[in-house]
Design a protein around this ligand. Structure first.
Ligand code: NAD
Ligand code: AHE
Ligand code: ZN
Length: 369
């Protein structure tokens, strides 16, 4: 079949909207009509050529929602008409990682996913006879896409696609970092670095679990009002204080935070987040994705004296089990999504979503088909 898609033909070039060829689902796969997709900073990072796994040409996008329109042979857990969210973190429930109960990082199809291919080692997308790569196993910047059954979460049918799509990455990542990875307890003091599409969801996750001080840090002063809307109690702009940001935060939290979160992807900030933790027990969670070649550093003494450095992918959520629950939390009013969707654009204007993000003007732009 033919499908409209925004293709990344090369790094640092605008996406091009073209009709690509898409093969139907093979065994264990489903064809999904994407109704809406968010644009995450990770898409921008890959398009900017900063992802060591980045491939071109490819169809980016990993924060979608849509409807199953065809199932391949052997598919048992999904049916035509199901409302779904594609998962860049699948859940096969059979691999060593899934069976460990210790991680959400299913390894069943990670190798081919990282090569921009389906599990059988081929791509379903092509354009004028040339192979187009899949991206993060999702490629939601296409009106139709094919995914393995194990990488698809079925969600309730009354959830709007335009907002539910955000649970395919940003909402689940931010809230999950708090509840699954850090397991923040009521009354804890926390600092969130970067109040964008992910960091604001960390803030609302902290509010949900009953954190005490919820301190937001951002170099964009407009983000103060955004943070306060979702439960932030204090705001620090590192550019507006005298002296060192770490010392400032340690003083504000009476010796350091119980939990800190990096949602910037900046390795200097990651170090600040670790060092703003309380001696003896503070935990720092890295969410941000740093550009290829960047490394983190701190004095080992920071860890010797009890601070803990952790990371989280997709908020530690088990894709098929937990994503529908996050959608339920949204539909039940436990968490908010609607105010964070600051812009809605048709596919033809998808490049504006990247401009808005880089200008700091959007929290999330959702593209509809
Ligand atoms: P975003 O662009 O919406 O937000 C980033 C925020 O960080 C902005 O508000 C910006 O002003 C702020 N910021 C930038 N530099 C800063 C600095 N030096 N100090 C303080 N604040 C600063 O991006 P996003 O969509 O929220 O994504 C954030 C990061 O999380 C990205 O690196 C993205 O790739 C990553 N991410 C990781 C996962 C995961 O599973 N680990 C999932 C989604 C996104
Ligand atoms: N491919 C990059 C790393 C990119 C990365 O860390 N991706 C996160 C999700 S970001 C979503 O917006 C992730 O889930 N990583 C786990 C995984 O298995 O990819 C690189 O550095 O090579
Ligand atoms: Zn993302």
């Amino acid at each position: 079949m033919k499908t409209r898609a925004a293709v990344a033909f090369a790094a640092k070039q605008p996406l091009e909207i073209v009709e690509v060829d898409l093969e139907g689902p093979r065994a264990g796969e489903v064809l999904i009509e994407i109704k809406a997709t968010g644009v995450c900073h990770t898409d921008a990072y890959t398009l900017d050529g900063l992802d060591s796994e980045g491939l071109f040409p490819s169809i980016l996008g990993h924060e979608g929602a849509g409807v199953v329109v065809e199932v391949g042979p052997g598919v048992t857990s999904l049916a035509v008409g199901d409302h779904v969210i594609p998962l860049y973190t699948p859940e096969c429930r059979q691999c060593k990682s899934c069976l460990s109960g210790k991680t959400n990082l299913c390894t069943a199809i990670r190798a081919t996913q990282g090569k921009g291919l389906m599990p059988d080692g081929t791509s379903r997308f092509s354009y004028k006879g040339q192979t187009i790569h899949h991206y993060m196993g999702c490629s939601t910047f296409s009106n139709y896409t094919v995914l393995p059954e194990i990488a698809v979460a079925r969600i309730r049918k009354d959830a709007p696609f335009k907002t539910a799509c955000y649970c395919g990455c940003g909402v689940t990542t931010g809230v999950g970092a708090v509840v699954n990875t850090a397991k923040v307890e009521p009354g804890a003091n926390a600092v969130v670095f970067g109040l964008g599409g992910i960091g604001l969801n960390v803030i609302q996750g902290l509010k949900l679990v009953g954190a005490n001080m919820i301190i937001g840090v951002d170099i964009n002063p407009d983000r103060e009002a955004w943070g306060r809307q979702f439960g932030m109690t204090h705001f620090v702009n590192p550019k507006a204080i005298d002296g060192d940001i770490v010392a400032h935060l340690v003083a504000l939290t009476d010796g350091g935070a119980d939990y800190t979160f990096d949602a910037t992807g900046n390795t200097t900030v990651m170090r600040q987040a670790l060092e703003a933790c309380h001696r003896g027990w503070g935990e720092s969670i890295i969410i941000g994705v740093a550009e290829a070649g960047k490394e983190i550093a701190t004095r080992p003494f920071q860890l010797v004296t009890g601070r803990v450095w952790k990371g989280t992918a997709f908020g530690g959520a088990r894709g098929r089990t937990d994503t529908p629950k996050i959608v339920d939390w949204y539909m039940d009013g436990k968490i908010q999504i609607d105010p964070m969707i600051t812009h809605v654009l048709p596919l033809e204007r998808i490049n504006e979503a990247f401009d808005l993000m880089h200008a700091g003007e959007s929290i999330r732009t959702v593209v509809t088909f």
